[in-house]
Design a protein around this ligand. Structure first.
Ligand code: PMP
Length: 423
């Protein structure tokens, strides 16, 4: 039979359908979706993804200019001349590939420089880079906890933390989203584990809310648990450089994980913390050890980006100005959004059909906004996810709002008409 969603595919596998049969079913479903204009991997980017981008859709043909509201390039650094120049210089000097894992071939000076800058920026003793933020979380968590230990993750923690926790062989527990009291109760039942690790995000990737890092840290200290904060979306975004700085807790968090792919505008990940712990991770995180080191041009560009972030604070200010404007306007239009302004604005739709209709209409109007469905978010909280950058102009935001309101009206989603209840 035809499938209409990724959920049905996952369900088919859970029910024991073989991979060949499931893949065939999926291919059929994708064809049908493409026929209706949905083509998840169909968009081809013809230039750098900044506040707008030129694309083609193979099925439709022709080039189009879209307002980009799906990229995490929060400060617009992926095209910053200093970052591009640093990458070019490093490519000329060191080539584009790193050859092998740092344990086998060694480390380039651009990488060492970046690690030192990241440690300084996060006010920690040391930092170690990974090829992606995903592999940083997987490598860090799976190396620091094992079978005698427990890892307690926030219910909304990113897949990379959950995967790292599963891979570690440690006992995995979940606490209610950003609920320090619940974490306290969970930790009270974890006295017999050797190492206790709590894993949260600084700004949550799908809801855009800031974690109460201070309250969570207090509870961790009470129970002698270590705290890992994934600062993927908060690095360079929260005033001061990240969530630890925002809460005045620099140097206090055991492990800060981050990505180089969002505000830093490049690609890669890192962990920052105390010297001994970071050294241990360097030697034991399998996703770093058994993987080729990130390429020198990317390391050099990220290093330049860390400087630009600090030298040009007006980028962060502009980002937040955009966040406040967009958040206020969406609320005024009657959309269900998060409580506080954030560079990530979830517009909760809660209905797959309405969301598909809106996404299609927005794309037809050249607004690139992602829709997010299960398993990335809970069933019933399907959403459009707006990502803002410092480079969005007021005109672009106003145009996106106009299209959102129109699409929302057409799908019956604004001004309280058929807003579904939150799960
Ligand atoms: N952590 C969080 C919270 C994220 O949102 C992401 C990216 N979506 C990652 C980690 C992974 O980072 P990367 O894209 O660099 O692999």
């Amino acid at each position: 039979s035809k499938v209409s969603s990724l959920q049905e595919i996952l369900h088919a596998r859970e029910q024991g359908l073989g991979i060949r049969e499931t893949a065939a079913l999926f291919a059929e479903g994708l064809k049908e979706l493409a026929g209706r204009g949905h083509n998840l991997y169909g968009r081809v980017l013809l230039e750098a993804t900044d506040a707008n981008v030129k694309v083609t859709y193979p099925l439709e043909g022709g080039e189009r200019q879209m307002i980009m509201m799906a990229s995490n390039n929060y400060l617009g650094l992926s095209t910053h001349p200093k970052c591009v120049e640093a990458a070019r210089d490093a490519a000329e000097k060191f080539g584009v590939g790193s050859g092998s894992s740092p344990l086998l071939v060694g480390t380039y000076p651009v990488t060492k420089e970046l690690e030192a800058k990241l440690a300084k920026f996060k006010k920690t003793e040391d930092a170690c880079v990974f090829s992606t933020g995903y592999s940083a979380n997987v490598g860090v968590i799976s190396s620091v906890v094992g079978k005698h230990d427990v890892v307690i993750v926030d219910r909304l923690a990113h897949a990379s933390m959950v995967d790292g926790a599963k891979l570690s062989g440690a006992n995995v527990k979940v606490f209610k989203h950003s609920d320090a009291e619940h974490l306290d109760r969970v930790l009270s039942r974890c006295k017999n584990y050797v190492t206790k690790l709590v894993a949260i995000e600084g700004i949550y990737s799908m809801d855009g809310d800031i974690a109460p890092v201070d309250e969570i840290l207090k509870v961790c200290r009470k129970h002698d648990a270590m705290l890992l904060v994934d600062e993927a979306h908060s690095t360079g975004v929260l005033p001061g450089g990240g969530a630890a700085a925002y809460f005045g807790l620099e140097g206090e968090i055991d492990l800060i994980v981050g990505t180089l792919s969002k505000a830093i505008g490049c690609c890669g990940g890192f962990v920052a913390g105390k010297q001994d712990l970071v050294t241990y991770i360097r030697y034991f995180a399998r996703s770093a050890m058994f993987s080729t080191a990130p390429s020198p041009p990317v390391m050099a560009a990220a290093s330049a980006a860390v400087d630009v972030m600090q030298d040009e604070p007006e980028r962060c200010e502009k980002l937040w100005e955009n966040c406040r404007f967009m958040h206020c306007e969406l609320k005024r239009m009657g959309f269900r959004v998060n409580d506080e302004p954030s560079p990530i604005i979830p517009v909760i739709i809660g209905s797959m059909d309405a969301m598909r209709q809106m996404t299609l209409e927005l794309h037809r109007n050249n607004i690139c906004i992602n829709s997010v469905i299960f398993p990335a978010v809970a069933k019933g909280s399907e959403r459009l996810r707006i990502s803002l950058t410092a480079n969005h102009t007021r005109e672009q935001l106003v145009e996106a709002l106009r299209c959102l309101e129109q699409a929302g009206r057409n799908a019956g989603m604004v001004n309280g008409s058929i807003l579904p209840k939150l799960p």
